[in-house]
Design a protein around this ligand. Structure first.
Ligand SMILES: C[S@@+](CC[C@H](N)C(=O)[O-])C[C@H]1O[C@@H](n2cnc3c(N)ncnc32)[C@H](O)[C@@H]1O
Length: 326
């Protein structure tokens, strides 16, 4: 054990944080209340969890869709000086990202003493970064909370893209770019995609740009330049009117069902269930729009679909993304 550990850990922190590793949940920006409701910890704050700015630290490791990043092995590190704090982090691994809740200046001084971390914008089509990126924050002047193992390889779980502001008809395309990048899978040329709720055409543009064939549906018309893409077949109507068995022809299983429809999650769950029961589609990427009160029960029902994931993307607002990739 390093002699740094002789430096006293602050009494202001609960015993379970001083005793060993714990989990840190960084709330998606603006969604701390959703995160706390989802985690649903029993007992008063401090007993088994602690809220620190936009973070929640807890004894328990739980799935948390409203977390933008999860610090899986958070622990306290004594940092009697800026140099000693940086040294303690460097001894664990190379790459660290500061998430200051307070003492931002001191956190920046520690960062200055660490190897530079490139926070380059992601190019769509390239793989997500593979190098581990740890996160740290300062509890007080001399105590770091740090985790080398974080769920996201992006700083604070935020994915920034080199954008295409000219071809895409709306910024919604960034959600699909992010989902495909995080899932590490892209539609292939010739695959058949359904894009439900496609207007003005951002997702259809992404799918068609990958070379896939896109059957695109919305109650409103999409932009003419997107409808004119050779891969795109646009139909004005309701995404709920499509029958799973007949879509794509009697023999064909659809490769991708993408939905960004403005609708209640419970209604979308019924649609997805029909498509799954009919075994009519392989991959799904759907936005769960939390209109009004967050429907935690339906979100859990989506998360319980075997093999699937629910994510809060950096480009999601009060909505989540459900994906099933097979
Ligand atoms: C957020 S916008 C979609 C943006 C689109 N993904 C893009 O990249 O440009 C939501 C769309 O859902 C459509 N919508 C709502 N209910 C629908 C339904 N029952 N069937 C088809 N489209 C629907 C709306 O007309 C609206 O265009």
């Amino acid at each position: 054990m390093s002699e740094d550990w002789l430096f006293p850990l602050p009494e202001s922190l609960p015993g379970w944080m001083r005793e060993g590793a714990f989990t840190g949940y960084l709330a998606a920006p603006g969604f701390l209340a959703e995160l706390l409701a989802e985690l649903d910890f029993e007992g008063p704050a401090g007993a088994g969890h602690l809220v620190f700015g936009d973070m929640v630290f807890a004894r328990k490791a739980l799935p948390a869709v409203w977390a933008q990043n999860i610090w899986r092995n958070a622990r306290l590190l004594p940092a009697p000086s800026i140099g000693q704090g940086a040294k303690a982090l460097r001894e664990i691994q190379r790459n660290w990202w500061a998430h200051p809740v307070r003492l931002a200046r001191r956190a920046a001084l520690i960062t200055d003493k660490l190897p530079k971390v490139s926070a380059k914008a992601q190019v769509f089509g390239e793989a997500a970064p593979s190098a581990p990126l740890g996160s740290f924050t300062l509890w007080d002047e001399t105590t770091l909370i740090a985790a080398s193992d974080c769920a996201s390889p992006y700083p604070d779980g935020q994915v920034r893209f080199v954008e295409d502001r000219f071809s895409a008809p709306s910024r919604a395309y960034l959600k699909l770019w992010e989902a495909l990048t995080l899932l590490g899978v892209f539609p292939k040329p010739g695959e058949l995609c359904l894009d439900l709720g496609s207007c003005p055409g951002g997702w259809t543009w992404v799918l068609a740009s990958c070379g896939a064939r896109v059957f695109s549906i919305d109650k409103a018309p999409i932009e003419p330049k997107i409808a004119a893409m050779p891969e795109v077949d646009f139909c004005q109507g309701s995404g709920f009117g499509l029958e799973p068995k007949t879509a794509g022809g009697p023999e064909a299983r659809v490769d991708w069902l993408c939905s960004d429809m403005a609708c209640y999650p419970a209604r979308l769950l019924e649609l997805v269930t029909r498509w799954l029961e009919a075994d009519a589609c392989r991959n799904f990427i759907c936005t769960l729009k939390c209109q009004g009160e967050t429907d935690h029960a339906t979100i859990q029902a989506f998360a319980a679909i075997p093999g699937s994931r629910v994510l809060h993307l950096s480009h999601n607002k009060h909505e989540l993304t459900w994906a099933l990739i097979r």
